[in-house]
Design a protein around this ligand. Structure first.
Ligand code: NDP
Ligand code: ZN
Length: 353
């Protein structure tokens, strides 16, 4: 049973909502528990996952839905078990709002909360009591406090918001797969996630970081983000030129027809390719040969752990890392959705209230 409280958000009623048809209306958030906080949402980044979900691209979405999982807001209410946050604190909430956090859960006790089988996502997901979760294209939000993170003072809210999903989703696989001194790292797809890939691969101390993009159109930007260069996959022979050069590639590509065989061929022997982009269609069949011949690893990765989120925010504050954002009033969300659908997000749109 959801609560009888009414929050206001921009609601998707069907798959056509992705075309810029969200409706501003009220919804009933989850029932408030002693472990929850309410926040007044000030900012919410727009992730490609919001669009996949609005159009039911990953399977049927439960409508009505309020998407948005790159949230920053101010705590306005807290349950009596919440000791780590105070009313008035500025917090971030990402794409996961719950895991079991039990002492006997291997994942939750090993910094692997995204992989807990009892995980709840920020929207289009169901809490244990059956209440639906609602995201951040809204004026208010209600979330378990254990997945709300204090934002360091040095990080402006519009800079921090897109880190809560876009940032952590690349930070985690970069960190876990050894991005750092002595390593050459490639980032496929320079959008919201990909631009963080360049920023964080550099911040972790990687020797060389390259953008792997469909063309050279973003060259000036990726150099300004700190990359050594851009590899354009629309140029003939690119994979031969870069054969066996990369220790690690993190791919944010959204398209099922990605040239996976070429991507693998630019790994050094023993290199790893981590896919985080989640296309709606299956990727083409791949031969096992290239994996064997290069001792290569193909991995997936989901979000990041709570400790990684805290670490990423602290690193970003300490180093002055700045997300490349364009901010719009949340009232204009439908206009911005259309821009995003047209691939015009360079590099993250952030909605503000
Ligand atoms: P963006 O749209 O901001 O960026 C995607 C990038 O992929 C584009 O900028 C583009 O880069 C490249 N691309 C290649 N082919 C295509 C194509 N046919 N259409 C559009 N883009 C293409 O998306 P996000 O960064 O927000 O998200 C990327 C993916 O990651 C999505 O599938 C999203 O759902 C997923 N995701 C996964 C998470 C996880 O935990 N694993 C968490 C969050 C998101 P270029 O122009 O440089 O080629
Ligand atoms: Zn996301």
């Amino acid at each position: 049973m959801p609560s009888t409280d009414e929050f206001t958000g921009w609601i998707g009623l069907d798959a056509k909502s992705v075309e810029g048809n969200l409706v501003k209306s009220t919804f009933q958030p989850k029932v408030f528990t002693d472990d929850d906080i309410d926040i007044r949402i000030t900012h919410c980044g727009m992730c490609a996952s919001d669009l996949h979900t609005l159009r039911s691209g990953w399977g049927p979405t439960t409508y009505p839905v309020v998407v948005g999982h790159e949230i920053v807001g101010i705590v306005t209410r807290k349950g009596k078990n919440v000791t780590q946050l105070e009313i008035g604190d500025r917090v971030g909430v990402g794409a996961q709002v719950q895991s079991c956090l039990k002492d006997d859960c291997y994942e939750c006790t090993h910094d692997n909360e995204p992989y807990c089988t009892d995980g709840v996502y920020t929207y289009n997901s169901t809490f244990a009591n059956g209440d639906l979760s609602y995201g951040g294209y809204a004026l208010q939000g209600r979330y378990p406090a254990s997945f709300a993170f204090k934002i360091p003072d040095a990080l402006p809210s519009e800079i921090a918001a897109p880190m809560m999903c876009g940032g952590i989703t690349v930070y985690s696989p970069l960190k876990r797969n050894g991005a750092g001194p002595g390593k050459t790292v490639g980032i496929v797809g320079i959008g919201g996630l990909g631009h963080f890939g360049l920023l964080f691969a550099k911040a972790l101390g990687s020797d060389k970081v390259y953008a792997i993009s469909r063309s050279k159109a973003k060259e000036a930007d990726v150099l300004a983000m700190g990359a050594e260069g851009i590899i354009a996959t629309n140029e003939l022979g690119w994979s031969q030129t870069w054969s066996r050069k990369f220790d690690l590639i993190v791919s944010t590509a959204n398209n099922a027809d990605m040239p996976l065989k070429d991507y693998l061929s630019i790994l050094k022997p023993g290199g790893r390719f981590v896919q985080v982009g989640l296309p709606e269609e299956p990727i083409p069949q791949v031969q096992i040969g290239p994996f064997i011949m290069l001792n290569a690893g193909l991995l997936g990765s989901l979000l990041g752990s709570r400790s990684e989120i805290t670490e990423m925010l602290e690193l970003s504050a300490a180093r002055g890392i700045k997300s490349w954002v364009k901010t719009y009033p949340m009232e204009e969300v439908n206009k911005v959705l259309v821009l995003m659908e047209d691939g015009k997000a360079q590099y993250r749109f952030v909605l503000s209230n």
